[in-house]
Design a protein around this ligand. Structure first.
Ligand code: ZN
Length: 373
């Protein structure tokens, strides 16, 4: 009996390179017009009763080879619950796991996917809530909407945006949690933030890459988080339309939501090294991070990226650009593909539910901090 493997769907990505008995050899496909790859998402049918071994054989050339050691593939039989494949291992550039098929169908992915259909449902649902304004800020190269949601009437300008890197699907789970909280008018955090701030939210900066099953780039193979100094209609209309909207409002506080392949923890990265750095502005960022760490066991400040040296910030990245351009307290949130090791979950690892709750915790901390930005 033959099995069927497919990735021809929203956010799918895999190529079958061989099958021998119960062993299936696979490759992750590069982002279109780019060398980046790490995101995978595929379906297997016709294997009920069998135990198959899956091997992704081109991991050594992926964007973040250090992401594979300690990582576990995600498996779902209902496309709702995504558990870790507990025997996932990585050796010599090959990621391997087995799955015993008790069901007709199973799906496998780098992380619980967040489809464009779900994105459309989220935008529709939030746009219907009282006091919410929706705008289509622009369109992607493939013609998809760049959706923007605004709520609140206060003077502080807060921008939250996610998924510049489309394979980092936890970023849009974070957005779902944050948006659900912001439209709950019985929630004290939502009420406080909407009184003191105007919240500008772009839940998905890169719909083309999301649909195409890319890791890191848009339809032209462009890494949107290297475009913020000179976004263009030809390469990065997604960034251009968002930055233009930011120029209209100004920015006091900004969070850019991502996932990190290698580090097994949640962390924030700031804007050290920008020409306009001041210790006073930097201290506001550090204080926010400390308060978030004090508020939840799902965040920490020990592990993270190295800080740029004075004057060495990369202004093509949004966090640096926004801090420099607007004097904003700007930051990049990174969530793990592995787990938040200080508070691990052996069954699910880092997950959609935890991403959503972290979004809500970030807002709670912001509500207590908004007077200081
Ligand atoms: Zn990223």
């Amino acid at each position: 009996m033959t099995i069927q493997i497919s990735a021809a769907f929203d956010s799918g990505n895999i190529r079958v390179v061989g099958q021998e008995g119960d062993r299936v050899d696979l490759e992750i496909v590069r982002d279109h017009l780019s060398d980046f790859y790490q995101w995978f998402h595929f379906r297997v049918a016709g294997a009920r009763g069998r135990t198959l071994t899956f091997r992704i054989v081109n991991c050594a050339g992926s964007a973040y080879p250090f992401g594979w050691p300690g990582y576990k593939a995600r498996v779902s039989t209902d496309r709702i619950a995504w558990r870790m494949a507990p025997d996932t291992s990585y050796l010599d550039g090959v990621l391997t796991w087995t799955h015993r098929f008790d069901t007709e169908l199973a799906w496998f992915a780098y992380f619980a996917p967040y489809s464009m259909e779900r994105h459309d449902d989220l935008v529709a649902r939030i746009a219907l809530q009282p006091g919410v304004t929706h705008r289509e800020l622009g369109q992607s190269l493939d013609g998809r909407a760049i959706d923007y949601l605004r709520m609140g009437e206060g003077p502080k300008q807060v921008w939250l945006y996610a998924r510049q890197h489309p394979g980092e699907s936890m970023a849009e789970w974070w957005m779902e949690g944050a948006l659900e909280k912001l439209v709950d008018l019985s929630d004290p955090t939502a009420r406080a933030l909407r009184e003191k701030a105007t919240l500008h939210v772009v839940p998905n900066m890169n719909p083309d890459g999301s649909f195409r099953g890319h890791l890191r780039t848009n339809a032209a193979g462009v890494n949107l988080n290297r475009e913020w100094h000179t976004p263009s209609l030809e390469r990065s209309p997604e960034v251009l339309c968002v930055r233009d909207a930011m120029d209209e409002t100004g920015v006091d506080f900004a969070m850019d939501v991502h996932g990190d392949e290698a580090i097994p923890a949640n962390f924030l990265a700031g804007f050290e090294g920008i020409p306009g750095w001041t210790d006073a502005l930097g201290e506001k960022f550090y204080e926010y991070a400390r308060r978030l760490a004090a508020a939840t066991p799902e965040f920490q400040i020990e592990k993270g990226y190295e800080k740029a040296a004075p004057g060495k910030a990369n202004l093509s990245m949004s966090t640096n650009q926004l801090a420099e351009r607007y004097g904003a307290v700007a930051m990049t949130l990174e969530m793990p593909f592995k787990d938040h090791d200080p508070n691990p979950d052996a069954e699910f690892g880092w997950s959609p539910e935890r991403s959503k709750r972290l979004g809500q915790a970030c807002l709670d901390t912001l509500a207590g901090f908004i007077d200081e930005v």
